[in-house]
Write a protein of this length. Structure first.
Ligand SMILES: *[C@@H]1O[C@H](CO)[C@@H](O)[C@H](O)[C@H]1NC(C)=O
Ligand SMILES: *[C@@H]1O[C@H](CO)[C@@H](O)[C@H](O)[C@H]1NC(C)=O
Length: 306
């Protein structure tokens, strides 16, 4: 059973209630008609949007949990956003999405990008209503399951050479994650999206007896007890490992230093735009008061997540 406040009340309610607003939250993007398309559709990230009304009791209940969701996924290729359907300027946006009650959670997914058949410039992401429990974990699980995967699987150490030499991507440097996991983590999938079309990603699940065989291929002397990330340079044919803690920050910095430029994420132009939207700077509407809570809180995803 999903509890909703009826949409019709929205027009009757007195709007000045600011208590439930996400404006200037470090992890939740307040959408308006001015930024909606660029934020939601102009990305290879998935986006969850809460359509809400500040006066609605079920929205108030969700409010702290939704902020938590934003915080938990802040390192991932997922955007957490909200539309205040009580705001006059947003009413059309909410009726376009056929919002019938509050809160309604919708998830917008990009199509999988392919260099050979890029989608038309103005294509829209597919939207679906989230009908699961309105609790942090189920929402986060749903979102991470919607992150597109661009990380290939390398089955055995002997196949590393084939991956780095593949004809189709011969000009691109390669990134290989050596991990104990059987599937790529949300974090490495996110990094692959940030560097989509710039770098090629793969992972190899390291088995106990494979260390020597991997080191033979990489011409290295690495210990794979913990995850190791390696960049293969196509020009000189060498493998450079990232040593130390594997956080999103350290990985993206390492890849940037290797000469690659991300199109999304914190180190990109798009990342700066999203940061401005969160702080209310990129929005055409300038009337909301500035809040002190707008600064980005750093969150860390650590090694064992990879
Ligand atoms: C997805 O990534 C590709 C490669 O970087 C880019 O060309 C494309 O515009 C991105 N898609 C969207 C909707 O931004
Ligand atoms: C190969 O190139 C990378 C950067 O592209 C550099 O860091 C590395 O030192 C080079 N290795 C050799 C052996 O020249």
């Amino acid at each position: 059973m999903i509890f909703l406040c009826p949409f019709v009340l929205a027009s009757l309610a007195i709007s000045a209630v600011q208590a439930g607003s996400y404006a200037h939250d470090a992890n939740v993007i307040e959408l308006t008609p001015a930024n909606f398309d660029k934020v939601v559709h102009g990305t290879n990230y998935s986006t969850i949007i809460e359509f809400y009304a500040p006066w609605c009791g079920h929205c108030k209940q969700l409010f702290p949990k939704y902020k938590k969701v934003g915080k938990v996924v802040s390192d991932l290729a997922v955007q957490v956003a909200a539309v205040d359907c009580d705001e006059q300027q947003n009413k059309q946006l909410c009726s376009q999405q056929r919002i019938e009650g509050f809160p309604t959670l919708m998830v917008f997914r990009p199509s999988k990008y392919s260099h050979d058949s890029p989608p038309p410039k103005k294509s829209l992401h597919a939207g679906e209503v989230y009908r699961g429990a309105r609790e942090v974990k189920p929402i986060v699980d749903f979102l991470t399951s919607r992150i597109k995967n661009y990380v290939k699987k390398i089955g055995r150490p002997e196949h590393i050479g084939k991956f780095v030499a593949q004809e189709k991507t011969k000009h691109k440097n390669k990134v290989i994650l050596f991990t104990s996991k059987s599937n790529p983590s949300p974090l490495i999938k996110t990094v692959a999206i940030d560097f989509l079309e710039t770098l090629e990603f793969a992972f190899l699940k390291v088995k106990a007896d494979e260390t020597a065989r991997i080191n033979a291929v990489l011409n290295s002397d690495l210990d794979f007890a913990k995850s190791v990330l390696v960049v293969y340079d196509v020009v000189n044919g060498t493998y450079t490992p990232l040593t130390g803690e594997l956080t999103k920050e350290s990985i993206e910095k390492f890849l940037l230093d290797s000469g690659a430029k991300p199109l999304e994420g914190p180190l990109s132009k798009r990342g700066r735009y999203i940061g401005d939207v969160k702080e209310g700077k990129a929005s055409k509407k300038a009337s909301k008061p500035k809040s002190k809570a707008g600064k980005n809180t750093k969150s860390r995803a650590v090694n064992d997540e990879l």
